[in-house]
Design a protein around this ligand. Structure first.
Ligand SMILES: Cc1cc2nc3c(=O)[nH]c(=O)nc-3n(C[C@H](O)[C@H](O)[C@H](O)COP(=O)(O)OP(=O)(O)OC[C@H]3O[C@@H](n4cnc5c(N)ncnc54)[C@H](O)[C@@H]3O)c2cc1C
Length: 569
């Protein structure tokens, strides 16, 4: 058996994974990155609008500060974020953004040459630093250059299949090298999951096809709790037809939302902030307009940029213009863009502390797959890129200094990996033996439809109860799915099979968490419990895997200086 070994193994080549790798490498330990796609194809590359940091580069009546940023984030989270973690993110975020600039990120500039900042939803100041509307692209390329410079090895197109756990300690993973056509064990003192979001469990999502949430499912199956998974962010403005994201930056630059009567309807929902209300509120407003018959074709409303003028659109939103022209045949300089809400972000994830440690020794998580929690019930735009940088760094630093493996004996390690590999291969043989009764894509489509229509922007007990029963049925059918290709060489069908397994786990956790939470908070809106209920529900959900389904427990929210208040905009 070939057994690879590293001090720190990072699963995921997005911003969180790369930032963690760089920091761990600084301590001189042996670091490697493993990713199912080339790192530059990670979803981070698609981030458009920007990254928040209270630099105060744009004049405002009073100076911005990390404290203001923390307050906006906590209010935006509907008071579910852990306030100590938010304070860390907003304070340390300033240095993380400036550091990216020093490493070469091409931020857009103010007249006097500083990093430009634009207004974003739910923020009281122009705080979002941006590189036109291609911020993620710029940041990811910058970090990838640093990874190359540091000679950090990347296992490209390797897929993490399962975690190897012994005596409640993570010892590494079993990985599938698609190119080699082999399952190869990798031992690591510390494994960091930086596997991103799970948007593709929904029919309409702004996420890349690869965002399936497998990393969350790996941790969950190994016994680590998933936190606050019922909080799913729906972005207000995705392009009607393809659901490609139209950045919040378009509203930050002054775009209007209009219904079929030509009215700027946000005045009825967030009279002060209007289009720049937080995402949960704007998404619900758009969906309400559509549901109540004031949309177009019962499907969309308009995002109007025409009054911004050619020059501003060309300078600040060139990517958005191109997307609208290529995918909707519309030039936003002269015509409004048809938009509708779509799944966008996962507030929940693998439960971690502020250093990325999960409750399992040897296992860390960072980035969108983790829940620290800094976004609570609703994330503000621009805070996710920031989270990847701040908590990616912290996780890498802590992982490098962690001596988690208590097994000194190489023979014992090899034996454990051999046993794990043997069991996995036996399971695989059983899968290959099954007769094909139905194609896996059929199950996947049924799951996506269920999540979109029963577990979407608006939820209630009967839709969630229905979803709970249906997902159990889908999970049962999953165990009878067969696979046509019986060899391991580039077996994408097999990868799809394992992806679906993880997606069904995550869907089930979201449904059961949402059914249990009898209140409305942030992105989780129950039409049968429309009010926030701090007395009973100011607490985090923790979902533990059991063979019968998720077991839910709860833990308190960390409150520092910001007592929960009514949330108005
Ligand atoms: C269209 C779009 C625009 C956005 N714009 C913004 C924005 O302007 N500002 C902002 O703050 N946020 C934005 N976000 C959110 C933000 O981009 C993401 O939350 C963030 O980039 C996630 O980074 P990450 O490193 O956690 O994960 P990702 O960048 O998604 O990377 C995940 C990595 O994990 C790997 N992986 C996953 N599973 C496995 C497996 N089983 N085996 C091996 N490898 C695996 C993948 O190959 C990939 O390399 C946007 C999101 C989208 C979808």
């Amino acid at each position: 058996m070939e057994l690879l070994s590293h001090d720190v193994l990072i699963i995921g080549g997005g911003l969180a994974g790369l930032r963690a790798a760089l920091e761990a490498k600084k301590s001189g330990v042996d670091v490697a990155i493993l990713s199912k796609v080339h790192p530059l194809r990670s979803h981070s590359v698609a981030a458009q609008g920007g990254v928040n940091a209270a630099l105060h580069n744009v004049p405002a009546p009073i100076p911005d500060s990390w404290g203001n940023h923390a307050f906006d984030t906590i209010k935006g989270s509907d008071y579910l974020a852990d306030q100590d973690a938010v304070e860390v993110m907003c304070r340390e975020g300033i240095d993380r953004v400036v550091e990216m600039e020093h490493w070469g990120t091409l931020f857009s500039r103010t007249e006097d040459g500083r990093i430009a900042q634009r207004p974003f939803g739910g923020a009281g100041f122009p705080r979002t630093c941006y590189a036109a509307d291609r911020t993620g692209h710029n940041l990811l390329h910058t970090l990838y250059e640093q990874i190359i410079g540091q000679n950090i090895p990347v296992y490209e197109e390797w897929y993490a299949l399962s975690l190897v756990v012994h005596e409640e300690r993570c010892l590494g993973i079993l990985a599938y090298s698609m190119f080699k056509g082999q399952i190869i064990p990798i031992h690591a003192k510390v494994t960091i999951l930086a596997t991103g979001g799970y948007g593709r469990i929904y029919l309409r999502s702004t996420n890349a096809i690869i965002n399936t949430g497998k990393g969350c499912s790996l941790a969950y199956r190994a016994g680590v709790p998933l936190q606050d998974m019922e909080f799913v962010q729906f972005h207000p403005t995705s392009l009607f037809g393809t659901n490609i994201l139209i950045t919040e930056g378009a509203r930050g630059e002054g775009g209007y939302l209009k219904n079929a009567q030509g009215k700027r309807f946000m005045e009825d929902y967030a009279p002060h902030l209007m289009e720049l209300g937080p995402r949960d509120i704007v998404a619900r407003a758009i969906q309400t307009e559509i549901d109540e018959g004031r949309g177009f074709e019962g499907e969309y409303v308009l995002l109007d940029l025409t009054h911004l003028g050619r020059e501003k659109i060309m300078n600040r939103l060139p990517g958005i213009r191109q997307i609208a022209m290529d995918f909707a045949g519309i030039d936003p300089i002269s015509d409004p863009i048809p938009i509708q809400p779509a799944q966008h972000y996962s507030m929940g994830g693998i439960s971690t502390n502020m250093d990325g440690e999960t409750p399992m020794l040897g296992l860390f998580a960072a980035g969108e797959c983790a829940c620290v929690s800094v976004h609570g019930a609703n994330r503000l735009g621009g805070n996710s890129l920031l989270e990847t940088l701040v908590f990616g760094k912290r996780a890498g630093e802590k992982a490098a200094s962690s001596r988690s493996s208590n097994i000194q004996n190489q023979k014992e390690v090899t034996k454990i990996f051999q046993q794990n590999l043997h069991q996995f291969q036996k399971d695989l043989e059983e899968i290959f033996m099954r007769e094909i009764q139905e194609p896996s894509f059929k199950l996947r489509e049924e799951m996506k439809t269920l999540m979109t229509y029963q577990v979407g922007i608006f939820r209630n007990a009967s839709s969630l109860q229905f979803a709970k029963e249906r997902i159990r049925d889908l999970k049962e059918r999953f165990h009878r799915l067969g696979i046509k290709q019986k060899t391991l060489s580039f077996n994408h069908e097999l990868v799809q099979y394992f992806e679906l397994e993880g997606m069904l786990d995550i869907s089930q956790v979201i449904i059961e968490g949402a059914l249990a939470r009898r209140e409305s908070r942030g992105s989780h809106f129950r039409t049968d419990y429309p009010q926030r209920d701090d007395e009973h529900w100011l607490r985090h959900t923790l979902a533990y895997h059991t063979p019968q389904g998720p077991k839910l427990e709860y833990k308190p929210v960390a409150i520092t200086s910001y007592p929960p208040k009514k949330r108005e905009y």
